[in-house]
Design a protein around this ligand. Structure first.
Ligand code: PMP
Length: 390
């Protein structure tokens, strides 16, 4: 029996970019210790009080089918948080709870596009983006952001790609570059969306990880609230990656249709997970700063180490749990560099090429191990790059 084109085309035929990661995991399985600076997973686990609340909720009986669009109290909590952070009036009717940001990305594209429609996204990109778009039978079209522009996408390039497209997916703070989009960048993006009747899908799962300046949600820009679907998640902000709890913020009619989609796909998120998410959100901004603090600290460590040599340079970036390093002085591709670093020093990083073509000659380093081991790995990486520099 044949599997649908929709599913067989999800990977798009090319490399999925996980080769270095998989080789590192195989080395570990074979007994070789590897320093892993690959995936976006905190080096802490979900805080005990959140788990205790989850336990309390489950023992209290919140184990049956939960409200499909999300519990009223969680939707109220998310709406209040969004309104406080952005100033845009937001009620529970603008919120649908999803099993994580990934499923929110899928649902948002299902809402914004018809089969065969073009869905735009910015390269470099989080690895699942094109597959998520193909998963709803839309056509992914990448718009490059360039190293020379510090990976801020340019309005004229988006405008050139926009005619005929239905949606534009952006991500700030950005994975993989760590770049936080500036107000002029977001204004230009908003203008293109208005000029071309594009839905803006704004992936803001790293919105609590901003080291300089502030995160601006484009939903808050003039006339954008009715055109924007914001993807949020508990994963990064509250170290709850495994709990699978996220949301979409959007116009009320979109939320109604997204609730229909949830009824026919996920049937909602477990009630005890939603209760724990609500508890976690009610811990307030200081708790979120504590979760983000290790990355903020390690970024400073990295800046000091990188300032002491010339082979590697840091993409100027102000957010997320990653660093993007330019290793073009070695003459190697990001992929060749990453494989060589893994084989020589047992340090695993992600090649820039895993995130599209725009970050070729770069590597992404996740700041997800303890400070001294992180600093040591980065020093080794820099020495290795110096030894290869031309
Ligand atoms: N968007 C981006 C940019 C991400 O990096 C991730 C996870 N790494 C997600 C969305 C999805 O996260 P989750 O499904 O855990 O909320």
């Amino acid at each position: 029996m044949q599997i649908s084109k929709r599913l067989t085309s999800i990977l798009g035929g090319g490399s999925d970019g996980w080769g270095v990661f998989l080789r590192a995991r195989q080395m570990i399985a074979d007994g070789t210790p590897v320093t892993e600076l690959t995936i976006g997973e905190h080096d802490i686990r979900t805080a005990a009080p959140i788990l205790q609340d989850m336990h309390r909720a489950a023992l209290g009986g919140h184990t049956g089918y939960a409200a499909i669009s999300g519990t009223t109290t969680l939707r109220d909590t998310v709406a209040r948080r969004v309104q406080d952070r952005t100033g845009v009036k937001t009620t529970r009717d603008n919120v649908v709870i999803t099993p994580g940001g990934q499923s929110a990305l899928f649902a948002a594209h299902a809402a914004a596009t018809n089969p065969g429609d073009t869905a735009l996204f910015i390269d470099p990109y989080y690895a699942t983006y094109p597959g998520t778009i193909r998963g709803v039978s839309a056509i992914p079209k990448a718009i490059p952001a360039h190293a020379k522009d510090a990976f801020q996408p340019q309005g004229d390039e988006i405008a050139a790609a926009a005619p005929g497209a239905k949606s534009l997916l952006i991500n700030s703070p950005n994975n993989p570059t760590g770049v936080v989009y500036t107000r002029p960048t977001l204004d230009a993006i908003a203008q293109v969306c208005k000029d071309n009747a594009l839905w803006l899908i704004s992936d803001e799962v790293y919105d609590t990880q901003v080291w300089n300046g502030t995160h601006i949600s484009p939903r808050a820009l003039p006339d954008m609230a009715d055109k924007t679907l914001v993807v949020g998640s508990m994963s990064k902000s509250h170290a709850m990656t495994g709990s699978r709890c996220g949301w979409i913020i959007g116009p009320e009619d979109a939320v109604e249709h997204l609730t229909n989609l949830a009824t026919h796909t996920t049937y909602g998120v477990p009630g005890y997970i939603q209760d724990a998410a609500e508890f976690a959100l009610n811990q307030g901004p200081a708790f979120e700063e504590d979760i983000a603090a290790p990355f903020k600290r390690r970024r400073v460590l990295a800046q000091d180490i990188i300032a002491q040599q010339n082979a590697v340079s840091l993409v100027p970036a102000d957010g997320a749990m990653y660093l993007m390093l330019d290793i073009r002085s070695t003459g190697m591709s990001g992929e060749d560099f990453a494989y060589a670093l893994l084989d020589t020093h047992h340090i695993a990083v992600m090649p820039g090429e895993s995130f599209g073509t725009a970050a070729a000659g770069h590597i992404r380093v996740a700041m997800t191990i303890e400070d001294s081991a992180f600093a040591q790995a980065l020093k080794t990486l820099c020495t290795f790059a110096e030894s290869r520099a031309q």
